[in-house]
Design a protein around this ligand. Sequence first.
Ligand SMILES: [Zn+2]
Ligand SMILES: [Zn+2]
Length: 244
Amino acid sequence: MSHWYLSLFSQTFLMHRYAAHGSFTMNKFWERFFFVFAYITMGSSYLSPRVYAIMHRMHHAFTDTPEDPHSPKYFSNVVAMMRHTAKVYVSIQKKVKPINERFLKNTPKWDAMDELGHSWYSRIGWGAVYVGIYVVFAPSLWWFLLLPIQFLMSPVHGAVINWYAHKYGYTNHKLNNTSKNLIPVDVLMLGESYHNDHHKHASSINFGSRWFEIDPVYYVIRFFSSIGIVKLKVAPSVKVVSEF
Ligand SMILES: [Zn+2]
Ligand SMILES: [Zn+2]
């Protein structure tokens, strides 16, 4: 349970809102601090903030077209889509194809951390830690069925939004894509579920747009800003929507 939210926090705060959308800035110390935090909380399914950012910017730029790294339109099931997403991720990580300059701009980089997080020693090591925790603490064998979710926590989070929030839910904004708000009060995905709102105002630090769409991470960012950990961008008065 805490693994779910902590690793999701790393994904939504560091990878999504900071690395991909640049919704706020922070100094090198805090950037490295949150890299380490992401490494510990994502563990076996660590994602590179830089690769995540590039892939996610492609999603916003090419939503629901063949160049979208993960559009449910082109796959018969969620597993097939996630396998394709993993392939795109690896091709960006291994620099198989040249990447358009506009997707690379201001992406945070820490090669040594990415190398460690992507290594099989690290992935399997974390997996062994999870198994160890289950062996010691699981009240019954049924709990072991949850282990695959722990191993693959980040792709599971990705699948919830990239598949379900492009298929099911309601819309606040008429957009040229299939994005939906998956649930009206997002207690599950730390604000990520307001995906239709997010496609409309991609660089906003608040993912919700109606009064009941409470985005917990928005309040965390406001708090971090008040104590000087992050700096909010002064939004231009007319238009808040960024390129991505
Ligand atoms: Zn989307
Ligand atoms: Zn986004």
